[in-house]
Design a protein around this ligand. Structure first.
Ligand code: SAH
Length: 347
């Protein structure tokens, strides 16, 4: 766990760890629950924990620190109410989160790392590389503070912001346990999606935990030649290796995989790619989510034409593949992740 002047990150501690620490400090058993509740409520100092004795608040402040993000920038879409946050973390780094308002509930999209090491050719988050992992507390803070600041009750989470969640495996799993805790945010695993660029070993590790979350896999191409051109991760884990890990994940957890596919003009959007994709996914019961490419100024890749999209969808549907197209939210605020941080870091 990260340290700050020798103090530990209390919000990243699981309830069991918190109980142990407080009992070692000579506190009665009920304190851990009280402190855990405060940590999930968005306080920024121990002094605000008003039902704790003052002396305990002081002792906690000597041993621990509290993470909290500043709202560096906030944008609200006039067309659909999407709210986008650029947070400044305690060390001056920035990450983004987006609150999306769906009929089935408000969803927050959170970041898992400062920057990203994966190098996908179409993605704004990876342009400056990875700076560092986020702590479990810093991922949790995005949910807590987005809810507090926006006043929108959050019922769903997608780990689809900046960073590769499975590259920061331990902190992400810790975050999942914290946000899922009934005494904390109490968000059910079935209301959480985790998106990965395809770190097959991480998928196997996650399968072992048998969490009931939805795994989204950024496939973006059905063949190694195309995928290798746009996703360097394909050199480490090629399409066969990745799909084999996805199969094991499904068999272990019983949860069907959702595949993301960004439609890039003349790169991965031809009838050839659609047929091959259908071949690869036939019979898996998986779902394909097509994402019209968001243009990133630094990249020459362009979104597919509407005709190419239609024909691609037609081929998949004819082959019985379940396909949806991601709706673009917050068109007036550049709600896709990575772009605000990118702008900020340029200055
Ligand atoms: N690192 C994780 C999560 C990050 S992004 C992953 O790769 O899955 C969430 C999704 O947005 C991924 O499917 C990613 O490939 C996609 N994405 C990134 N940049 C995009 C862009 N410019 N247009 C459309 N989708 C993009």
């Amino acid at each position: 766990m990260t340290e700050n002047n020798g103090r530990a990150d209390i919000k990243s501690m699981l309830p069991g760890e918190l109980s142990k620490v407080l009992s070692d400090m000579g506190e009665p058993a009920f304190r851990a629950k009280q402190v855990f509740k405060w940590l999930s409520s968005g306080v920024s100092s121990f002094d605000e924990m008003s039902n704790l004795p003052k002396s305990l608040r002081e002792r906690l402040a000597e041993r621990f620190y509290l993470t909290y993000p500043y709202v560096e920038r906030k944008q609200v879409s006039a067309s659909d109410g999407t709210v986008k946050y650029l947070w400044r973390l305690l060390d001056g780094n920035h990450v983004e989160s987006v609150v999306m308002r769906y009929e089935h509930g408000n969803t927050v999209c959170v970041s898992s790392e400062v920057g990203c090491p994966m190098g996908c050719a179409f993605c704004a988050s990876t342009i400056g590389g990875k700076v560092r992992n986020l702590s479990a507390s810093e991922i949790l803070d995005q949910v807590i503070f987005a809810q507090l600041d926006s006043g929108l009750h959050i019922s769903n989470i997608v780990l689809m912001g900046i960073g590769e969640p499975l590259d920061n495996f331990d902190n992400v799993v810790r975050f999942l346990r914290l946000v899922n805790d009934p005494e904390g945010m109490n968000i059910g695993m079935r209301h959480i999606s985790l998106s990965t660029c395809g770190l097959a070993e991480g998928i196997d590790k996650l399968a072992e935990l048998d969490l009931q979350l939805t795994l989204s896999v950024s496939l973006h191409a059905p063949d190694n030649e195309t995928r290798g051109r746009i996703m360097p991760v394909n050199r480490a884990y090629d399409v066969d290796t990745l799909l084999a890990a996805c199969g094991r994940y499904f068999r272990r957890t019983g949860r069907r995989i959702s595949y993301e596919y960004a439609m890039i003009r003349d790169v991965n959007d031809t009838p050839y790619h659609a047929s091959l994709l259908a071949d690869r996914l036939a019979g898996s019961g998986s779902h394909v989510n097509l994402i019209p490419l968001n243009e990133v100024p630094e990249s020459r890749l362009r979104p597919s034409t509407p005709e190419a999209m239609r024909s691609f969808i037609g081929i998949l549907e004819k082959r019985g593949i379940n396909v949806t197209v991601r709706r673009k939210l917050g068109p007036d605020i550049e709600a896709s992740c990575g772009q605000l941080r990118r702008e900020r870091e340029k200055n």
